[in-house]
Design a protein around this ligand. Structure first.
Ligand SMILES: [Zn+2]
Ligand SMILES: [Zn+2]
Length: 1022
């Protein structure tokens, strides 16, 4: 039998080669994950429970078309290396010209059907793609006939053998017909009149492989659920044949032609790009694990395989179960492990580790299975401990900025840990035991969802204004099962619509409903999600909320990773109101590759709601630092330091408020946002903001139309790469300028009907009250990605520009989301605009007046002409009929106005005396200040001084006395931020070099801390 030699570059692979060459027991009965007991439980449960029976019925239905295929048909369905594949029909990495050439007939119109617009119908329209926009069908030739003419002695497609006389447009058989060759694809694409290739067969084959892999999976499930060996027989034929060809599969020759796949730019892969290949190999291994026990006592299977091996030149002899197992062990499992080492299989962190774990379990052969599992935890192997600590945070997200990507690690490592835990054969490493902080990853997707329903579209996530949650109740239920942390059960219950229905069912367990019942008890006791936002200092997200559900309003500002799949968007914000994102991020780019619309626009700083400094985008950073976070009912404020994104500045920070709503009985909560963006340093500041798509009206501005060009200039066309002008400027078009704007004006965005399901009668607006003196203002349009379903055509931007040497800017604005009628009558700055303090008066249409005071970082008393005075950082006053009815003071000693005299002890400060320095044991610290242990600080942030890369701000879970000292506990987190001893590069990833030299921490003992305090005052009503 032909076995590909293992690479000798790593000592580890040599050991493996020796081990499996000497493996005496090739004929095992079961795979490692689908054990005899687990399979028996599953089949019993299908007879016992209605939901399990329905699952079995669906499995049988799904496998039906595959079961109906003959052995011969299944065997010949598997193509080899020489049938080309790609995930994009026209995109060409070697041709940086036009990004999209679109459909041969309808052109760009196809782009609104997304990145993967074609859905081939393998059963009824083999080798054809139908354009979803115009219905045109390509290729025009009978590729199936040509394919058969090219089958060689190995039973595989060989382009050199194909009968090229079959390559013509079937509707135009006459060679004289000008359309005779139009739309003809020999596998390498039809070349159009502009020299651009249209690779219909390549795209078809990409999806065809998915179809085949799913087919094997459907058959494997058929056997698993029913025990009927016919399913295992058919699955074995597909898997054995795939094992014949898989070692030779290599994506690189196609990547070298400029074709596109999910290889992350590495040009490496097997059937497809290295990233998605992680899933391809997992699925194959999983199917194999499922069917192994179904391949006993099946002489017809081995007779058939033997016959095929006599008919064709195959990589090895066939005819026995032992040979089948050897072929699949080597051709799929060992080949996959080898491909992980050589980077042909390598995805985002967690992906290839799960591939190795799945293959190790399916292999179920010692000592190799244990060696592969050990490899996962080795510094130069899967590096799980290194990644767990250095590339993950206390919220359970990884080092990627976009939620979808940042959540991958937690999800996949949970799957991996479950493989090991549930089969109890491996305990040298145990993720649940060794990394308790990992438990935060189960709930993180739910926690980052505004109002529990909408995950902010941060970085390469979702699409423009998409309202969706990434929360996965089933993952949480699983997390609860392994940790028994009731907080996780509560989150699962809430995310599942305040129900435990269907949660935690483990069909492989003897008592599959036990977990769900436990979650129900805990969830019912806790009740629905309470009102109010919170801070996620690990991931970097400040959420302020008022109200609940779709009638609530949420303000989300991100200050986490701005590298990898992130955007250059530290301190960006979006506003969720009336069930919609009203200052929407552009979301996932047109293509995740180097194109101007992504690199210089949707991913870059200027397209976000940010200040653009010195005509340069932000630097990529781990994240910003919390200065202040306070959420009380009806009032929330945060302040975040983002200076690292613009290291040349002295200050780059944003303080935002969400005010109102809690006392209203109406369905709309009438809340507004105050935005104070401070930038000190630099000589050019552009405050960029966009509301929802739709009509913009202004008041106080006199914009004049710039007839041609873009924000970059009258002569600069739309969308070109930046050259002699700032990045992003050429993406702002339809420019209207006011060169002499007033210090205060208003801009109103009316969300257009059609935007994420809005209709004309919704009449939703976002109004901006700007209170900043700038030199010039522009209104302009900017386009979100145009190939994402539901994305608007364009977004309307406001650009406020200041320039001078050594600028000191405070951009002060109020954002008022409203339906039908505004509720703010007028706004006014009460400060003189010269110092760092800000005082704003907001008059409401209901006759009340709000005052917002901001004096962060200043010891000076703030005194206003109307008699208001404050000693502190943040103040809020509500007045009605000339009587103060409410006051809030944050981090201060006094707030006075008329009938109110509010006093407070001010910010709580102190020093960290001792902290937990281990991974286990939770985030506790002993402090020198005797903090109240009455629960009043639970939920507050303790903000520790640090000069490390990470924000050292933690949510307090409890405060206790311990040996005369105060112990602050911050949950099952760890202060460890990295391993000591530096990094090394393993398969192009930087990972810690050693796990034996100790840890680095978020902060050090002796550091000072502060805890935000607040005091509220309300007029007593008789
Ligand atoms: Zn078309
Ligand atoms: Zn963005």
């Amino acid at each position: 039998m032909k076995i590909k030699p293992f690479p000798t570059c790593l000592a580890f692979s040599i050991i493996i080669t020796i081990c499996f060459a000497g493996d005496p027991e090739a004929e095992r009965i079961y795979g490692g994950f689908y054990t005899e007991e687990r399979i028996a439980n599953l089949r019993n449960n299908c007879n016992k429970y209605e939901w399990a029976r329905r699952q079995r019925d669906a499995v049988i239905e799904n496998a039906k078309p595959w079961l109906a295929k003959s052995d011969e048909e299944l065997w010949t369905m598997v193509p080899g290396q020489d049938l080309p594949r790609t995930i994009d029909v026209t995109f060409d990495r070697l041709n940086p010209g036009t990004e999209f050439t679109g459909c041969l007939i309808c052109g760009e119109k196809i782009s609104k059907y997304g990145n993967y617009p074609y859905n081939p119908d393998f059963e009824n329209k083999p080798w054809k793609l139908t354009c979803p926009s115009c219905g045109a069908v390509f290729p025009t030739n009978d590729f199936g006939k040509y394919y058969l003419s090219a089958i060689d002695e190995h039973g595989l497609f060989n382009p050199d053998k194909g009968d090229r006389s079959l390559l013509f447009n079937a509707d135009h058989p006459d060679p004289e017909d000008p359309l005779h060759k139009f739309g003809v694809d020999d596998g390498f694409g039809y070349i159009d009149k502009n020299g651009r290739a249209h690779r219909y067969i390549g795209y078809y084959t990409w999806q065809y492989w998915t179809y085949l892999n799913d087919g094997a999976g459907a058959l494997a499930d058929g056997f698993l659920y029913t025990g009927d060996k016919d399913y295992a027989h058919k699955a074995a034929i597909l898997l054995d044949r795939i094992a014949d060809v898989y070692p030779e599969m290599d994506w690189k020759p196609y990547a070298d032609r400029g074709w596109y796949h999910s290889d992350g730019g590495s040009m490496l892969g097997k059937i497809g790009g290295s990233i998605w290949e992680t899933g391809v190999a997992q699925q194959l291994a999983d199917s194999y694990d499922k069917i192994l026990s179904g391949t006993l006592d099946d002489p017809e299977l081995y007779v058939f395989l033997k016959r095929q091996s006599e008919k064709y030149k195959l990589p090895g002899p066939k005819g026995s179960r032992k040979q089948l197992i050897e072929n699949i062990d080597n051709g799929i499992l060992r080949t996959s492990f080898e491909a992980v080492l050589s980077r042909q299989i390598r995805g985002n962190q967690g992906m290839h580790q799960l591939t190795v774990a799945t293959c190790a379990m399916a292999l179920n052969t010692e000592p190799q299975t244990t060696q592969w599992l050990d490899w996962l935890f080795a510094p130069d192997g899967g590096a799980i401990p290194g990644l767990m600590i250095s590339r993950s945070d206390r919220d359970g997200t990884s080092d990627e900025g976009a939620p979808g990507y940042a959540l991958i690690w937690g999800r996949l490592i949970t799957d991996l840990a479950r493989l090991l835990e549930d089969t109890t054969r491996y305990n040298r490493n145990n993720i649940f035991r060794d990394f308790p902080q990992f438990s935060t990853s189960y709930t993180v997707a739910y926690r980052m969802s505004a109002l529990g329903i909408a995950t902010p579209n941060i970085g390469d996530a979702g699409s423009t204004g998409l309202v969706a949650t990434q929360a996965n109740p089933e993952l949480m239920a699983r997390g609860y099962f392994y940790t028994r942390n009731p907080e996780i059960a509560v989150a699962a219950y809430r995310a599942n619509g305040n129900s435990a229905e269907g949660l935690g069912r483990d069909i492989f367990s003897r008592d599959p409903e036990a977990q769900g019942n436990e979650i129900r008890r805990i969830g019912e006791k806790a009740g629905p999600r309470p009102e109010g936002g919170y801070l996620m200092s690990g991931f970097g997200l400040a959420l302020l909320e008022c109200g609940t559900g779709t009638s609530g309003i949420a303000l989300a500002s991100n200050y986490g990773r701005t590298k990898m799949h992130a955007h250059s968007d530290l301190l960006n914000f979006d506003l969720f109101a009336f069930g919609h994102w009203l200052a929407p991020d552009h979301g996932y780019p047109e293509m995740a590759t180097n194109i101007p619309s992504r690199n210089e626009w949707t991913k870059s700083t200027l397209s976000h709601n940010l200040v653009y400094v010195n005509r340069q985008p932000q630097k990529a950073v781990w994240g910003g630092y919390t200065r202040l976070f306070k959420q009380i009912k009806g009032f929330g404020v945060f302040s975040i330091d983002g200076k690292k994104a613009y290291p040349e500045t002295d200050e780059y920070s944003r303080t935002m408020f969400l005010i109102g709503g809690s006392n209203e009985s109406r369905s709309d909560s009438n809340s507004y946002v105050v935005d104070i963006f401070r930038v000190i340093g630099g000589n050019d500041h552009v405050y960029s903001f966009h509301g929802p798509p739709g009509i913009i009206t202004t008041s106080g501005l006199k914009p004049e139309i710039q007839k041609t060009g873009t924000y970059a200039g009258e002569q600069i066309p739309k969308g070109i790469w930046a050259k002699d002008f700032p990045v992003g400027y050429s993406h702002l078009y339809n420019v209207r300028r006011d060169q002499n704007p007033p210090g205060q004006f208003m801009v109103d965005w009316k969300a257009e009907s059609g935007y994420r399901g809005l209709t004309e009668k919704d009449n939703i607006h976002l109004r901006m009250h700007a209170m900043t003196q700038v030199q010039d203002i522009a209104l302009a349009d900017g386009d979100p990605p145009q190939n994402k379903p539901g994305n608007p055509r364009k977004l309307g931007y406001l650009l406020m520009h200041r320039f001078a040497t050594d600028l000191n800017s405070i951009f002060v604005s109020i954002f008022e989301p409203y339906r039908n009628k505004p509720f703010i009558k007028s706004v006014r700055r009460l400060d003189d605009g010269k110092g760092s303090e800000v005082a704003i008066q907001v008059e409401m249409t209901d006759g009340s007046t709000d005052y917002i005071l901001y004096n962060e970082g200043s010891q000076k008393e703030l005194d206003l002409a109307n008699g208001i005075s404050m000693n502190g950082e943040v103040g809020y006053i509500k007045e009605k009929n000339s009587i103060v009815i409410k006051g809030i003071l944050v981090n201060g000693s006094a707030l006075r106005y008329g009938n109110m005299n509010l006093r407070s002890a001010g910010t709580i400060t102190g020093k960290i005396l001792k902290m937990n320095k281990e991974l286990a044991g939770g985030g506790w610290m002993l402090v020198d200040n005797r903090l109240p242990a009455d629960g009043s600080l639970n939920g507050e942030q303790i903000i520790v001084e640090t000069d490390t890369e990470r924000d050292a701000s933690y949510t307090i879970k409890s405060v206790e006395r311990e040996n005369g000292l105060t112990k602050v506990y911050c949950g099952p987190i760890s202060f460890v931020s990295d391993f000591k001893g530096g990094t090394m590069e393993v398969r192009t990833f930087k990972v810690p070099k050693s796990y034996n030299l100790g840890y680095l921490y978020d902060f050090e003992e002796g550091a000072r801390f502060r805890i935000t305090s607040h005091k509220t005052w309300a007029k007593k009503v008789r």
